[in-house]
Design a protein around this ligand. Structure first.
Ligand code: PLP
Length: 408
C-alpha cells in the first residue's frame, strides 16, 4: 500500500468546530423554537459593496467578448492590481514596497501555509498562542514538529499571550527561532501591536537572523492612528519580514477569494553551500510553478477596493462591524468582564470564570447564543472565549439582550 505523509497523523482532529456544531444541533433539537444567534464565526456577513460588484461584472463582460477576452494572466497578479496595492496600502503609509514585490493570490490562508516550502526542513518555528490555527497545523503537516504532548506540539516554540501582556507576546533575548509568525490585529484575541512592540520584534529578527511572517488580514479594522497597519511601517522591516494580506475580511471577499503576499526584494536566505539567495526569487519560482493566478474578474473587483467609491464603501462596511464590536465589548465590560479587542478588530476576547466550554454551554443553553471556546486557538486560550462582530446589527443587539442576564 502507498505510504502516507505521517505528519498528518500528528494533527489533532478539528475537534473544536465539530464539537460546537454537535452541541448547537442538540440544543436546537431540544429547543426548536429558539432562534440561535451565532457569534462564533470568523466569516463576514455583508454583501460585496456596489462599486466592487460593478467592477466584478465588467470583468466578466470583458471575458465574454473575443476582443477583450483574457486567458492565463501573470502568475504574480495583474500590474493594475499590484500597482494599486503598492501605492494605497504601502507607499501612502511611507512603507517602501513596490508593485513587483507583491504576489496576488487566492488566499492568505494558503499563502501562510505554502510559504514554509521555501525554507529548509530543519528551521525552528515560533507561533503565538492563542492564534489562528493554520500556522501550527501547516508547520505540523510539513514535518517541522514532533507529536502533540500536553496540548503542545514538540519542537514548536509558543509565544504566550496572557492578560498580563495584553495578548501581545514580546521577544525574549533567549528566543531562538528562524521563523516567527505574528498576527495583528490578532485572531482570536483582537489585540493590536503598537509601533514600539513591532519595532522590538523587527530588532529581534535583525539580531537573530529570524524571518517574521506577519499576517495583517485584519489591518483595515485599525482605527487608532498610532497603530501600524503594516510591519513595513517599521524601519528595517523590509530586511526581515514577509507580510500577508487578504481582501476576505477587509472587503467581504471570503467567498470571492483574493489576497496578496509581500516578499521584499531585500529579504535574503542562505543555501546549503552558503550562497545568499533572495527569498523573492524562491517565492516567485514557487508561484510560477504551482499557481496560475487569480481570475481576471476577481482581480478587477479587488482593484475597485482602491477607487474612491470602493474605499468609502469598504470603510462603511468595516465601521458597521466595528459598531457591532463596540456593542459586544461594552456589554461584557458593563458586566465586569475584562476584554481584549473589539476596538481595532472584529473580535472580542474575554476571560471567563472557569472553563471555556462551561461558559459556551451557558451562553448556548440560557441565551441561545454561540461563541467560540478559546481552547480552539491554543492552550493559552483555555478559560477564554472569542465573540465575533460579524453578524447583522439586530442579531448582535438581540444576542446582547439575551446574554446580559447570563453574564450576571
Ligand atoms: C480569515 C483570516 C485570513 C484570511 O484568509 P483568506 O484565505 O485570505 O480568506 C488570514 N489570516 C487570518 C488570521 C484570518 O483570520
Amino acid at each position: 500500500m502507498i505510504k502516507i505523509n505521517s505528519n498528518y497523523r500528528k494533527l489533532q482532529s478539528s475537534y473544536l468546530f465539530v464539537e460546537i456544531a454537535k452541541r448547537v444541533a442538540a440544543f436546537q433539537e431540544a429547543n426548536p423554537a429558539t432562534d440561535i444567534i451565532k457569534l462564533g464565526i470568523g466569516d463576514v456577513t455583508r454583501a460585496l459593496p456596489p462599486s466592487i460588484v460593478s467592477a466584478f461584472e465588467a470583468g466578466v463582460q470583458e471575458m465574454g467578448q473575443d476582443e477583450s477576452f483574457r486567458g492565463y494572466g501573470p502568475e504574480q497578479g495583474y500590474a493594475f492590481l499590484r500597482e494599486a496595492i503598492a501605492e494605497n496600502d504601502y507607499q501612502s503609509r511611507s512603507a517602501q514596497i513596490s508593485a513587483d514585490e507583491i504576489f496576488v493570490s487566492d488566499g492568505a490562508k494558503c499563502d501562510t501555509g505554502n510559504i514554509l516550502e521555501i525554507f529548509d526542513h530543519d528551521i525552528r518555528i515560533a507561533v503565538p498562542d492563542p492564534v489562528y490555527p493554520v500556522y501550527v497545523d501547516t508547520s505540523v503537516m510539513s514535518g517541522r514538529t514532533g507529536t502533540m504532548q500536553d496540548g503542545r506540539y514538540q519542537g514548536l516554540t509558543y509565544l504566550e499571550g496572557s492578560p498580563e501582556n495584553g495578548y501581545v507576546p514580546m521577544p525574549t533575548p533567549d528566543l531562538r527561532a528562524d521563523i516567527i509568525f505574528l498576527c495583528f490585529p490578532n485572531n482570536p484575541t483582537g489585540a493590536v501591536a503598537t509601533r514600539e512592540q513591532l519595532a522590538a520584534w523587527v530588532d529581534h529578527a535583525h539580531k537573530t537572523g529570524a524571518i517574521i511572517l506577519f499576517d495583517a488580514a485584519y489591518e483595515a479594522f485599525i482605527r487608532n492612528p498610532d497603530i501600524p497597519h503594516s510591519i513595513y511601517e517599521i524601519p528595517g522591516a523590509r530586511d526581515v519580514a514577509i507580510e500577508f494580506r487578504s481582501f476576505s475580511k477587509t472587503a467581504g471577499f471570503t467567498g470571492t477569494r483574493c489576497a496578496f503576499t509581500v516578499v521584499p526584494s531585500s529579504l535574503q536566505g542562505v543555501d546549503a553551500e552558503g550562497n545568499t539567495v533572495p527569498l523573492w526569487e524562491l517565492w516567485n519560482r514557487r508561484q510560477s510553478t504551482k499557481f496560475n493566478g487569480v481570475s481576471y474578474p476577481v482581480q478587477k473587483a479587488a482593484a475597485a477596493v482602491y477607487t474612491e467609491a470602493g474605499q468609502r464603501e469598504v470603510r462603511a462596511q468595516i465601521d458597521y462591524y466595528l459598531e457591532n464590536a463596540a456593542i459586544i465589548r461594552s456589554t461584557l465590560q458593563d458586566a465586569g468582564y475584562s476584554v481584549t479587542g473589539g476596538t481595532d478588530s472584529p473580535y472580542i476576547w474575554t476571560t471567563v470564570a472557569g472553563d471555556s466550554w462551561d461558559f459556551f454551554d451557558r451562553l448556548l443553553n440560557e441565551a441561545g447564543v454561540v461563541c467560540t471556546p478559546g481552547t480552539g486557538f491554543g492552550k493559552a486560550g483555555s478559560g477564554c472565549v472569542r465573540i465575533s462582530a460579524f453578524n447583522h446589527r439586530e442579531k448582535v443587539e438581540e444576542a446582547m439582550r439575551r446574554i446580559r442576564p447570563v453574564l450576571g
